[in-house]
Design a protein around this ligand. Structure first.
Ligand SMILES: Nc1ncnc2c1ncn2[C@@H]1O[C@H](COP(=O)(O)OP(=O)(O)OP(=O)(O)O)[C@@H](O)[C@H]1O
Ligand SMILES: [Zn+2]
Length: 499
């Protein structure tokens, strides 16, 4: 059986992965807080851990992997968004506004992540459906001396858990010094964090032994992972920005409530997607959404390929060059697999993936299969990375077009040489774009035939700038015709200006 090796944040080492139960490999990934469209940074863990999910299914069998990713649908940012709507005059109740917002955001999330080729996890629990489990866990923590109630709040007593900070390798005192911890009069210690907080009549709340209130964020993941995966499971993952405090707090809660379990064995963290060297984030306002890119015409498969081009443990950014390159690659691959049946996933693709999810290495291996013309291997192996080349082939952006027509009559010494002019490109072409391109070719060829190479070259440069590459093309009998290669997006009216 393939050996998977994963970098475990907890040990800071690459370790051989051995599941607790090969018949049920269990993975938990922290999901989104649902109040807004996912930005491109939020999409990164989705794609990275989708590849992990696919790899685990490949190695242990499709039915032997359970993947849980939650929706945080109770949160102060959600409340604030709904309150803003109400203040703006929406007559509906806050509860109805929140429900509408979270339902809508979940729908968007599914649409956008589906477009990136991510499989739906086995379970996608909504936090609001597991409040009972959270209350039970908090009661247990209080009973065991790890939590206390003050003024309707319940707080976790950080100093009661000896190993706090082990995941990030820092001591509690270092963390206090480095973190912006909220100091509140009701805390025994500034490091203590909220498990439960009171809700006034306005805000969403649930009855609890501590009055009407709502859970803190960290307890959600501890309670839902326990309910769906048990006190111990294989892999817990999320972005590196969640390592502290979110994951330290999850560990503290889960290990204190269920000391017999030990919580997650392996911790994995994806590095950040950056914009000008800084984390893409809502709070910095330097973000664009996955939907923005899709609306601009970038296919989801192309966006996925851009993510896969960088190892999850390294920061990355988005550039149009990377995306253009990925698009060309996918077009070439899809063209080659036309008519092929998917073959076995090739070992040379599984190997880098098994080595700590080296997706860039796996893409390089796919390129080798392409160069070797192993269409069956390429088609089958690309599937493991969540890239469906057959489906891509049917999409307009991956379908080539080509037109050719005679370049009028070209008589020389009584012989009709019949050179041609043609247009090629990808996707769909309008009649106007085709006619303008042909017109340009006629003009360009006429200039060349008349010996005015200077003007011809200038025209070629101008056309290139507008997305049209003019190429000379020898006809079978030796007279030069022309071919215009169009970029995906061509500004036709600007092009007409060159005629
Ligand atoms: N720039 C980024 N690059 C990679 N992953 C990110 C980035 N920003 C957030 N994530 C990840 O996205 C997932 C969803 O997180 P969440 O919904 O809490 O994001 P958020 O807090 O709304 O985003 P932001 O950090 O922009 O406020 C988490 O796993 C988080 O680590
Ligand atoms: Zn979490």
């Amino acid at each position: 059986m393939t050996e998977i090796r994963l970098t475990n944040t907890k040990s800071r080492r690459k370790e051989a992965f051995e599941p607790i139960d090969r018949k049920n490999v269990r993975l938990y990934v922290c999901g989104p807080t649902v109040y807004d469209r996912a930005h491109l940074g939020n999409g990164r863990p989705v794609v990275v851990f989708d590849v992990l999910f696919r790899l685990l299914r490949h190695v242990y069998g499709e039915g032997h992997v359970t993947y849980v990713r939650n929706f945080t649908d109770v949160d102060d940012k959600i409340n604030a968004a709904a309150l803003a709507r109400k203040d703006a005059g929406d007559p509906r109740s806050l509860e109805a506004l929140i429900r509408e917002r979270t339902d809508e955001t979940i729908r968007w999330y599914h649409e956008d992540m589906d477009a990136l080729g991510a499989l739906r996890p086995t379970h996608e629990p909504r936090a609001t459906e597991w409040i009972g489990a959270m209350i039970a866990m908090i009661e247990d923590l209080i009973a065991k001396g790890h939590a206390y109630e003050r003024e309707g709040h319940v707080l976790f007593r950080v100093r009661s858990y000896r190993d706090y900070g082990a995941l990030s390798g820092r001591s509690v005192d270092d963390m206090i010094a480095g973190a912006r911890v909220e100091v509140a009069p009701f805390k025994e210690d500034p490091m203590d964090f909220v498990l439960w907080k009171p809700s006034d009549d306005e805000l969403p709340g649930w009855d609890s032994p501590w009055g009407r209130g709502r859970p803190g964020w960290h307890i959600e993941c501890s309670a839902m992972s326990y309910e769906l995966l048990g006190a111990t499971f294989d892999i817990h993952a999320g972005g590196i920005d969640l390592q502290f405090p979110h994951h330290e707090n999850e560990i503290a809660q889960s290990c204190c409530a269920h000391p017999e379990g030990g919580f997650a064995r392996v911790w994995m963290h994806n590095e950040m997607l950056l914009v000008d060297g800084r984390k893409m984030s809502k709070s910095l306002g330097n973000f664009f959404t996955v939907r923005d890119l899709l609306d601009q015409g970038w296919p989801g498969e192309v966006i996925r390929m851009v993510y896969l081009g960088t190892h999850y443990g390294r920061p990355m950014d988005w550039t149009a060059e990377k995306a253009e390159q990925a698009k060309t690659t996918l077009r070439n691959w899809a063209e080659m697999v036309e008519g092929a049946a998917p073959g076995e996933v090739r070992a040379e693709v599984v190997d880098p993936l098994s080595d700590d999810l080296n997706t860039a290495g796996a893409l390089a291996a796919l390129s080798d299969l392409y160069k070797r013309k192993d269409a069956a291997g390429l088609l089958g192996s690309a599937h493991l990375l969540g890239v469906d080349l057959q489906a891509i082939r049917h999409q307009p952006w991956a379908r080539p077009y080509a037109f050719e027509e005679l370049d009028g009559r070209f008589l020389r010494e009584g012989i009709d040489y019949q050179p041609t002019v043609g247009v090629i490109g990808w996707g769909e072409i309008t009649d106007q774009a085709r006619e303008t391109s042909i017109g340009l070719l006629h003009r360009w060829l006429a200039l060349r035939r008349a010996g005015d190479f200077e003007t011809a070259d200038r025209l070629k440069t101008d056309a290139m700038r507008l997305g049209v590459e003019l190429r000379a093309q020898k006809s079978p009998n030796g007279v030069t015709g022309g071919l215009a290669k169009l970029a995906d997006r061509v500004d036709v009216s600007a092009l007409e200006g060159l005629l």
